[in-house]
Write a protein that binds this ligand. Structure first.
Ligand SMILES: Nc1ncnc2c1ncn2[C@@H]1O[C@H](COP(=O)(O)OP(=O)(O)OP(=O)(O)O)[C@@H](O)[C@H]1O
Ligand SMILES: [Mg+2]
Length: 357
């Protein structure tokens, strides 16, 4: 089984006066694990329905495996889709649900059952093969849907938030499973999620969407280290943010006057002195001043609280009118309250100027 390339050319979707997807160009490579990440309502499902053929774009073309399939229905496309609200057949057993697509292809019953059992083992449901969907939990039903979509060996698998109903442990297990299945089969996966951890962990590349537009397409590392827009910078990972006015720009470094003092960071995009801008520092790049080399970026703060997350901890500090956080390894104790100096290196901060009208 080999995956196909997908190309969207100027694809746009309008529902009456609402533009759900702005004109979009996108190429997803054959065999790629490609995620679309974005908040609720940004157009992810709509874009996936266009690829599957369940929805015709208002404008533009959809090419799959080099063929223009814009006018081709879902049944004739080499795609399978796992829906956000999945629909299993309630009157069939679990294994019959998984094998459903194989019957139409003339596969005999014994082979269908064996194939279904292999796939059920893959999603850790082997002992539930004879049950009905109503006897399963929501997460188990979701895994049946994944097995069913894989049964027909599609060239492109479209997954719309397939793990959202699972608990954390199972989600992490399924992430690894899905990734392994994708690698083993070479099928192109388009994976929709609003969970950035999921997208970062599994994807070869990620498209970040906001309000019907793709803001950036990059590898997980690229997205995290060099976000192209303030939306991507704050949606993927966390940021400490200070707003201010650019006082100076020199060799790609912008210095801002902010209520927290004068702070410098790497300027992303273009700007001029006098522009309003936001400086952002990731919590793992912020430190106690005593622990880092001297830097012009120091802040007076007071320890507010500690949020333990297991192997790591988040220390929250009150600054003048703001709260900033340090993310670090779990030190096993709550720091003393009182004033502290925080600091970050200039190259660890990003500065985004506000778009000039
Ligand atoms: N059939 C439809 N008719 C009218 N508007 C629609 C239709 N389908 C989607 N929309 C609108 O298009 C926009 C994008 O919807 P879409 O379902 O693609 O969002 P999403 O990114 O998948 O969100 P979620 O994460 O909540 O699933 C929303 O504003 C939605 O209300
Ligand atoms: Mg959706």
């Amino acid at each position: 089984m080999r995956g196909h390339e997908i190309r969207l050319e100027q694809v746009c979707v309008r529902f009456g006066a609402v533009t759900a997807v702005e004109p979009t160009d996108l190429t997803i490579e054959a065999g790629e694990f490609f995620s679309i990440l974005g908040p609720s309502g940004c157009g992810k499902t709509t874009l996936l329905r266009v690829v599957s053929g369940f929805l015709s774009p208002s404008e533009g073309r959809v090419l799959i495996g080099g063929r223009d399939l814009t006018a081709t229905g879902p049944a004739e496309r080499p795609t399978a889709m796992i829906f956000q609200s999945l629909a299993l057949f309630p009157q069939m057993t679990v294994w019959e649900n998984v094998a459903f697509g194989l019957e139409a292809r003339g596969v005999d019953k014994a082979t269908r059952k064996r194939r279904a059992e292999e796939l059920l083992a893959l999603v850790a449901l082997a002992e539930h093969a004879g049950k009905r969907p109503s006897e399963l939990s929501g997460g188990q039903r979701q895994r049946v849907a994944i097995a069913r979509a894989l049964a027909v060996e599609p060239a492109v698998l479209l997954l719309d938030e397939p793990l959202s109903a699972l608990d954390l442990k199972l989600r992490q297990h399924m992430r690894a499973e899905l990734k392994a299945i994708q690698r083993r089969t070479g099928v192109t996966f388009i994976y929709i999620t609003h969970d950035q951890g999921e997208a970062l962990a599994m994807s070869d590349r990620i498209a970040v969407m906001s309000k019907g537009r793709i803001e950036q397409v990059a590898t997980p590392d690229g997205l995290y280290a060099t976000p192209a827009t303030p939306f991507v910078a704050t949606f993927v990972g966390e940021q400490n943010v200070a707003e201010g006015t650019i006082a100076a720009i020199d060799s790609g470094i912008a210095t801002l006057d902010t209520p927290l003092g004068r702070l410098s960071g790497r300027l992303i995009g273009k700007a001029a002195a006098g522009a309003r801008a936001r400086l952002m520092v990731r919590p793992e790049r912020l430190h106690h001043a005593a622990h880092v080399a001297p830097t012009p970026n120091t802040l007076s703060a007071a320890f507010a609280r500690r949020d333990l997350e297991g192997p790591v901890e988040m220390l929250v500090f009150d600054l003048d009118g703001a709260q900033w956080s340090i993310h670090r390894q779990n030190h096993g104790e709550t720091p003393r309250t009182g004033p502290v100096e925080l600091a970050f290196a200039t190259e660890d901060a990003m500065v985004f100027a506000e778009a000039t009208p």
